[in-house]
Write a protein that binds this ligand. Structure first.
Ligand code: ADP
Ligand code: MG
Length: 237
């Protein structure tokens, strides 16, 4: 599903260049449940944004579902994103003056689906998240966990093949964290390739494979074996 070879990314400001990703190699197969962890500044969000085609890279290759994702125009990037990717953010990124249903339905508005049809589909997704009764509520009337479940419903409404979540539980308490992780785990069980950036161990432990980033390189990986994470390799091959 995701194949990355020798990926490099630098940020350039007037004063300096910062080499953030330094030749990453990474393969993630369809249906995998993966977390990416590492210290603040290690390049986790940079990697996730590249995977989600929200940002470009400088060198190397990124193939998503068989397509080379490189030097795309804004329009081409949007097509791949809409077909393939659901994004979930730490801060939910809900629109404050739209209710839960309207927030979930928004991606279908951009796809020119009729209001009636998009509201029916959005309600199905809210229902799946246990939020049917909250459809008419504005984000500020919802708890953090409810907001994140609305955001996940919005990410799922385009039937993405991959869910990318950047610190999805970073703003939540531990009970709500479990609630949101249950939702993500269930989506993965339905076959969605799920990749979560986190620095919470309870979150990474829930996934089947943990990629440890250090200074823009993969330091090591672990895989779950009988419920326990085992070191599998010390890479950058
Ligand atoms: P993480 O998510 O692991 O905390 P990031 O990928 O967000 O790390 O950032 C990696 C490094 O790149 C950090 O030093 C950060 O300050 C820097 N960085 C991130 N985004 C930008 C940007 N748009 N412009 C300049 N530097 C950035
Ligand atoms: Mg980050």
């Amino acid at each position: 599903m995701i194949h990355i070879r020798q990926l490099h990314k630098s940020y350039h400001t007037e004063a300096l260049s910062l080499h953030v990703l330094k030749g990453l190699n990474l393969d993630i197969e369809a249906g995998e449940y993966v977390s990416v962890t590492g210290a603040s500044g290690s390049g986790k969000s940079t990697l996730l944004n590249i995977l989600g085609i929200l940002d470009s890279y400088d060198q190397g290759e990124y193939h998503l579902n068989g397509s080379l994702i490189k030097n795309l125009s804004e329009r081409e990037a949007a097509v791949y994103r809409n077909e393939m990717i659901g994004f979930v953010f730490q801060s939910f990124n809900l629109i404050n003056f739209k209710n839960a249903l309207e927030n979930v339905a928004l991606p279908l508005y951009y796809k020119k689906v009729s209001r009636k049809k998009r509201n029916i589909i959005a309600m199905e997704h809210l229902d799946k998240m246990g939020l049917k009764d909250w459809a008419k509520h504005l984000p500020n009337e919802l708890s953090g966990g409810q907001k994140q479940r609305v955001a996940i419903a919005r990410a799922m409404i385009s039937n993405p093949k991959v869910i990318l979540a950047d610190e999805p539980t970073g703003a939540l308490d531990s009970t709500t964290t479990l609630e949101v992780m249950d939702v993500l785990t269930n989506l993965n069980r339905e076959g969605i390739t799920t990749i979560i950036v986190t620095h919470e161990q309870s979150v990474s432990d829930a996934t089947n494979r943990i990629i440890h980033l250090k200074d823009g390189m993969i330091e090591y990986e672990t895989r779950k074996n009988n419920g326990v994470h085992d070191m599998i390799q010390s890479v950058n091959f």
